[in-house]
Design a protein around this ligand. Structure first.
Ligand code: MRU
Length: 363
């Protein structure tokens, strides 16, 4: 997508070929800054501290991280250590494991001297593929938005609600949940997006809002608790969320609070879709509630809030009484029965084992 008129991805090899550059998402929306990853530890830190985040981008960063590791030491032992280090950064998004397995399988049979270059090429290919997958999701999701628009009065807007950031910042480019939204907007369909702020880290308020503003998509930021009320008033036509891990049976794990949106959508007859690129499907799992590891993040993300002060400095402020404990589960699981459909790069699948198998028979 464009930033200040320049086509920009979230991750790219540095011009001098010695490192990887990323958008530092901890600085948005108040500053657009990039960061340089030159070592395995830089890559692991960027994922852990959420300079990069979002399942597809976590996977892409891990792939680049293996290149950085193999450049320093291409032995089998170093490869094993690098995979273990990166895998331990964040537990929920399956794209991380998918990317590591893919690079490891590709470089393991090669002589040590050839491994780093091969990892570099594959990391670049994974990034390009991510963009292609998101284009597929855009093509699959656009007819859903067109169909809703066709039932409206001319000029009446299609209201989409989204949670967290499953936009281009969460991927290499274009986004998953936002791919149909950007495509519909660019095609002249009047779209308006309700943006859940998404406590505690506020990826909706800070990142999705920044993206949509940047691209000129009409949107309104709402508190996480407003979605159900808006649905009751008929102000939401459909919900589109992303996913960190979707089981082979169609259970959707995504940012904490997604499940409550799905419940409210079901109670109000509102369509509820997840945008699911195939690397986010965990074909080994059948029961999302029992089997998906849910990341527990620091209590400080709940007890404190970061924002810009009137003098322009960015600071953290305390919200809770000192001494009140806080819990911070970062993801939840929406059972397949509450999901209208899974928007994949191959089309919209019913959220079930049979629905996914119809589109992905050979995986
Ligand atoms: O904790 P985050 O910011 O990495 O969580 C991101 C999400 O939950 C996204 O919805 C998900 O990763 C899909 S991104 C296309």
């Amino acid at each position: 997508m464009n930033v200040s008129g320049r086509p920009t991805r979230t991750i790219w090899p540095s011009a001098d070929g010695t490192a990887v550059e990323i958008i530092d998402q901890t600085r948005l929306p108040h500053a657009f800054a990039t960061a340089r990853l030159a070592t395995l530890d830089d890559a692991a830190h960027a994922i852990r501290a959420m300079l990069v985040r979002g399942a597809p981008l976590i996977g892409a960063t891990a792939a680049w991280g293996l290149w950085l590791a193999l450049r320093a030491d291409a032995s089998d032992a170093a490869l094993d250590r690098a995979c273990a280090t990166l895998l331990a950064t964040r537990p929920t998004a399956v794209n991380l494991r998918w990317a590591l397995d893919r690079v490891r399988a590709h470089v393991s049979p090669l002589a040590s001297a050839a491994r780093a270059a091969a990892a570099r090429r594959l990391a670049g290919a994974i990034c390009d593929e991510d963009v292609a997958l998101n284009r597929g999701i855009a093509a699959a999701g656009l007819p859903l938005l067109r169909a809703i628009a066709a039932k409206k009065q001319p000029g009446e807007r299609v209201n989409v609600l989204t949670h967290c950031n499953a936009g281009w910042l969460a991927t290499v480019d274009l986004g998953t949940a936002t791919a149909p939204i950007y495509t519909a907007h660019d095609a002249g369909i009047p779209i308006h997006v309700w943006v859940d702020e998404t406590r505690p880290r506020n990826q909706g308020a800070s990142l999705t809002a920044w993206e949509l503003l940047n691209h000129g998509v009409p949107h309104t930021v709402i508190v996480d608790n407003a979605g159900g009320h808006l649905m009751q008033r008929g102000l939401v036509d459909l919900v589109i969320v992303g996913t960190d891990r979707t089981t082979a049976t169609g259970d959707v794990c995504n940012k904490i609070g997604t499940y409550l949106k799905a419940l409210a959508a079901r109670d109000n007859g509102v369509l509820f879709y997840a945008a699911v690129p195939s690397p986010s499907i965990d074909w080994t799992l059948r029961d999302g509630l029992r089997e998906i590891p849910i990341e527990e993040r620091a209590a400080r993300e709940v007890t404190h809030l970061t924002g810009r002060l009137p003098d322009g400095t960015v600071a953290a402020v305390a919200l809770t009484p000192e001494g009140s404990p806080a819990a911070n589960p970062a993801f939840d699981v929406t059972p397949a029965r509450l999901v209208t459909g899974l928007i994949t790069e191959r089309g919209v699948a019913e959220a079930s084992a049979a629905g996914l198998r119809r589109l992905f028979p050979l995986v």
